[in-house]
Design a protein around this ligand. Structure first.
Ligand code: NAD
Ligand code: ZN
Length: 341
C-alpha cells in the first residue's frame, strides 16, 4: 500500500510502499478515504525537538481520517464490512485508575496513531475496534477526516456552560475557529476570537458568526465597549499556545471567570499567578477528546446544524501531499484535506 512515512530523522515525509497491516482479533482494517493535516504532522514534518524525542522512525504519520471498514478481527462485534467510519486516534490502556473508572481520555498509557503507533496517512489503517466511530450518512468523508480536531474544539468549548455567556477565544487556527462555531451553536451570547494573522481572522468570520479581533492592531477593551460588555468575558478558550494571548485573556476575564486551555506553549512560560488567584479564575487543561462523549456530542451537533465545512480551505490528491504541507506551513490555510482515492 501507499503510505506517507517519516522514513528518516530529518525534515520531510516520504511516500513509500508498505505492507498492508495485519490485524489482531480485536482490530479492524480501514481503507482510508480522506485525511486531515494537523499541527502535530507539521511538527513531525519539521522534525523539531518534540518530534525527534517522541517519534520513532520509520513511522507512518497521520491521525485525522475517515474511511471504510474492509476487514474485521475474529472477536469484533457490532461493526460490519463497508461501515463508513472515523476513529479515535488515542489508543488507551485499560489498567490505570482513570481508565478503569471509565475516563478513558485520562489514561496515562495513551499512545497516538501517527506518533507512537503506525498512523492513518496510508491506504489502509489498523485500528482497535474499540476506537472506531461509525459515521452517519449525513457526515461525509471530508468532515469525517476533521472530527479529531473538531473534537478538540468541542471538548474545550463544552468544558464550561456557555449558554448566554460572553466567550473569548484566543487563536484563530482551525481549532479556535471551530470552537467559535461550537460556542455559537450551543448558545453563547458574544463570541470574540483573536489572532495576529488577518487571513485567519477573515476565515473565522466566514465560518462562524463571531467577532474577529486582530490584537496586533485593535484593543480588546474597545471591542468589549462596543458590545456593551461591562465586566469582561465569562469564559476563555485558549487555543494559540501563546503566552501573550493567555495574559490578555486573564486581563479581560470577569472576576471568577473560567478558562479552558487547549493551546500548547512551546516550553515553560511565565504566568502571573497572583493575577489569576486574585481574580478567582478557574483553569482547566484540555487534552484530546473525551472518549467517547465528545464524539457523541459533536456528531449530534453536526446532525443538528453545526456547520464547520468552511474551515477546510484546501483539498489535494495525496500524490500532491507536498502542496498540502506547503499550504499548512504557509499559516494562511484552515484545514487541509488529502484524498486517498
Ligand atoms: P494553529 O497553530 O493553527 O493556530 C494557533 C493560532 O494562534 C495561529 O493562527 C496564530 O497566529 C495564533 N496566535 C499566535 N499568537 C497569538 C496571540 N498573541 N493572540 C492570539 N492568537 C495568536 O493551531 P491549531 O491547529 O488551531 O491548534 C490550536 C492549539 O491547540 C495549538 O497550540 C495546538 O498545539 C494545540 N492543540 C492541543 C491539543 C490538545 O490535546 N491539548 C490538540 C490539538 C492541538
Ligand atoms: Zn490532529
Amino acid at each position: 500500500m501507499k503510505a506517507l512515512v517519516k522514513a528518516r530523522p530529518e525534515p520531510g515525509l516520504w511516500m513509500e510502499r508498505h505492507p498492508v497491516p495485519e490485524i489482531g482479533p480485536d482490530d479492524v482494517l480501514i481503507r482510508v478515504h480522506k485525511t486531515g493535516i494537523c499541527g502535530t504532522d507539521i511538527h513531525i514534518w519539521n522534525w523539531d525537538d518534540w518530534a525527534a524525542k517522541t517519534v520513532p522512525v520509520p513511522m507512518i504519520t497521520g491521525h485525522e481520517f475517515a474511511g471504510e471498514i474492509v476487514e474485521l478481527g475474529r472477536d469484533v462485534k457490532g461493526l460490519s464490512i463497508g461501515q463508513r467510519c472515523s476513529g479515535e486516534g488515542h489508543l488507551i490502556g485499560h489498567q490505570s485508575r482513570q481508565s478503569r473508572a471509565g475516563k478513558f481520555h485520562l489514561d496515562p498509557a495513551t499512545r497516538g496513531i501517527g506518533v507512537n503507533e503506525q498512523g492513518a496517512f496510508a491506504e489502509y489503517l489498523r485500528l482497535p475496534a474499540f476506537n472506531v466511530v461509525p459515521l452517519p450518512d449525513g457526515i461525509d468523508d471530508e468532515i469525517g477526516a476533521i472530527l479529531d480536531p473538531l473534537g478538540n474544539a468541542v471538548h474545550t468549548a463544552l468544558s464550561f456552560d456557555l449558554v448566554g455567556e460572553d466567550v473569548l477565544i484566543t487563536g484563530a487556527g482551525p481549532i479556535g475557529i471551530m470552537a467559535a462555531a461550537v460556542a455559537r451553536h450551543v448558545g453563547a451570547r458574544h463570541v470574540v476570537i483573536t489572532d495576529i494573522n488577518q487571513d485567519r481572522l477573515d476565515l473565522a468570520a466566514r465560518v462562524a458568526d463571531v467577532i474577529p479581533v486582530n490584537v496586533a492592531t485593535q484593543e480588546l477593551r474597545e471591542v468589549e465597549g462596543a458590545l456593551k460588555m461591562k465586566e469582561g468575558f465569562d469564559v476563555g478558550l485558549e487555543m494559540s499556545g501563546n503566552q501573550i494571548a493567555l495574559d490578555q485573556m486573564v486581563e479581560n476575564l470577569v472576576m471568577g471567570g473560567r478558562i479552558a486551555l487547549l493551546g500548547i506553549p512551546p516550553g515553560k512560560s511565565p504566568v502571573d499567578w497572583s493575577r489569576i488567584v486574585f481574580k478567582a479564575i478557574t483553569l482547566k487543561g484540555v487534552y484530546g477528546r473525551e472518549i467517547f462523549e465528545t464524539w457523541y456530542k459533536m456528531i449530534a451537533m453536526l446532525e443538528n446544524g453545526l456547520d464547520v465545512r468552511g474551515v477546510i480551505t484546501h483539498r489535494f490528491a495525496v500524490d500532491d501531499f507536498r502542496d498540502g504541507f506547503a499550504a499548512t506551513l504557509s499559516g494562511r490555510s484552515g484545514k487541509v484535506v488529502l484524498d486517498w482515492g
